[in-house]
Design a protein around this ligand. Sequence first.
Ligand code: 9PG
Length: 802
Amino acid sequence: MSIRQTNNRIAFEHDLSRLNWSYQHPDLGVSLVSRYTSLHMQDERGRFELIPDQLSFGEMVDHHQPLLSDLRTLTGTSYPSGYKLEFEWGFSPEHSYVIWRWSIQNLRQTTAILHDATMLRCSPEATHPGVTQIGSIDSNGIGDCAFSFPGRENALLLFIPGWQSWSFSGWIRAGEPCPSSKLRPFIHPMVYDRSLRPPKSSGHYRSEMFSAIVDRESRTGICFGFLSQREAFGSCRLIIKKDRREISIHTDLDDVQLAPGESFTSDWACVLTDGSGLEVVDEFVTLAGAVNKARIPSQAPMGWCSWYDYGQAISENIIESNLLAASNMRSQIPMDFIQIDDGFQSAIGDWTTEGQNFPSGMKAIADKINAQTFRAGIWLAPFIALRDSRVVQDHPGWVLRDRSGSPVNTGLVWNQFGRALDLSHPGFLASLREVISTATTAWGFDYLKLDFLYAGALAGERFNKQITRAQAFRRGLELIRETAAENTTLVGCGCPLGPGIGIFESMRIGPDIRPGWKPSFSLLTPILQNEPTMPAAINAIRNTIARAHLHRNWWINDPDCVLVREANSQLSLQEIQTSLTAVGLSGGSVVLSDALDSLSPERLELFAMLTPALLGHMQLLPLGDVQVHPIVVLEQQSRFDHWWLLACFNLGDRPHEFNLPLQEILSLIGRVHIFDVWNQRYIEEKIGQPLVTRVGGHHTALFAIRQKTNHPSWIGDNVHLSQGKVVQEWQVDEDRIYCEINAKRTCNMRAHLYIKGEVSSAHFNGSSISMKSEQNGIVVLELDSIEAGLLELHHSSVDNDY
Ligand code: 9PG
């Protein structure tokens, strides 16, 4: 007996006699057969694995889901051993995914404890040895469980999304280990859920929330895992070896208590396959964004942050002098907010008592920032505290502890071990509300950078034993969201990603930047070079590329600040350009964190090229070594123009030669205009032969690429990273070009245009300007101190074909 649903891509089938289900995408050669969800749990009879026995299915129901696609849902119910287990499956008649979740109700007279659940298991092994099974399952059904996926082992890429903002994220070649931190007690509690570092055995992987596998030859991809992390934290396990391919999905139930009559419902899990290569992840995160009602403002935040030049050594005077500088340079460097970072508070944990370096108080400084018409931003780390803070001294009961009563390990923070706070404790929740309303209502800040949030999601013995840590964490975030006004921008940082969707307008998606390429910490520096999550330009850039797909699906990505200063920095100009390319092509928030009065006009211009943020986000291409030499593309479009930004990042230490098959990447024919942005240099290429470019270690080549025709064309400029967004209107007659320009700031513009005929006159806002002709029909024009205006060019037409 079976229940089978199909659409023109996939088949989804329940095998009732064998008690397993299968998902197949025959055209792509993907198939998986899994057993049903089972739970590890315990009651007064001991520990056991609860497995559904006979499933009785309900009717199929069609649901109109405005955010997802229309879904056909099916439920199945089972009553093993005094519990009600219910499954719900959603099948999309149009798309190639299925979703499912489960719930358990305790029909017995005693409290049960839930340890974990396995929601997908495609391996033939039955269960954990030594665990009693309750329920019944045909062992043949388990033997059928399997996962088949096309592709040779060394053509497969696996996606690791990473646990929280600072955790490593990236595409790994199957067989290669996932980069991991060596600093066990100091870093692991921060960046790995339950401090679990990536498995060491070759071919084994663990991934938080979701994962993906892509065969770079056939472009077949599968993405699987959870669409939300509100009820429980989940993870995926993968085994990819020559002779063995397995995937599984697990739910961490935190030993939560299930009282008689009570029930628990899981988050939705999902399996999705398609043939779009690495973009299979985009499709998955789009679904997750919809399920969680992501909050996505139309504009990416733009501003200044005190942290990366001053650290904790800030004061009222420092903030005021930077405010003044920001205000004075506003027409050249547009910014929306001034954000005060760590250092204003009397202690980590005591947020409402200002330190001595802010004698006028936080309301006064917020008022001053607002008076200059900037939004006022402030940093808070509301889920963590240091041992000597008043909050820890006065409320030891709010500190999250392990079974032995010791505070749980938060990792090494500010050179000591911190204290995590219990988000299920009513006393703490009341104080949390107070902290948020003080910062927003009493002081007047409307941009909150909320940091070290992972501390609220650490495993421990909570006050309320009937909710999972994911539920406690999510409710804590919801309380913050409700307390802050609707128009307050919340930026998450150090935050487990899944629960933040639908709460934060913006989220840090990588480790901290630092004014140096690699991690550094006094004498330990030599052994920290490959630490993947410590502050370093390379670590911030790597995650910004790897997590680009989250942008505008889950929130506005915060790729962390940019540092362009010459003094007090070890970053070379080329390293800064690499960082600017990553931040710019992420489309995310654009935040400067240098002492503003220390910056040269040239360096300010570099930063200004990122304002306003680009629309869209870069897409990583499955070419070459995606870890060390990632190649990304971002398509740009306007009413009258269509072009691509293509960046070749060399994150390695040695020069690298990139071979770009442009025809394949951009599907263009004939000749193309290529503009080398960082060298402001024109290149013309005939499509067909690959573009070969040698890029130094830590450098990036950024190209703007357009199809070449006889028509005049904008080629590139020094004003905006997009290489064309300054052009608001573009009209071409037989012998005239009208071009409306808006730089959205005052600047000295240097633009490259392609004009086949000779330019006889050029005017900007009615005044004659001079232009320089170069080879290949390229003309260069320079306009000093402009913001917006009309550029009018007369030229001899060579061909009459436009
Ligand atoms: C303020 C900073 C900045 C920065 C955040 C966060 O000790 N530590 O392990 C540690 C880790 C991260 C960190 C600071 C300290 O950075 O990402 O932007 O706000 O806090 O303290």
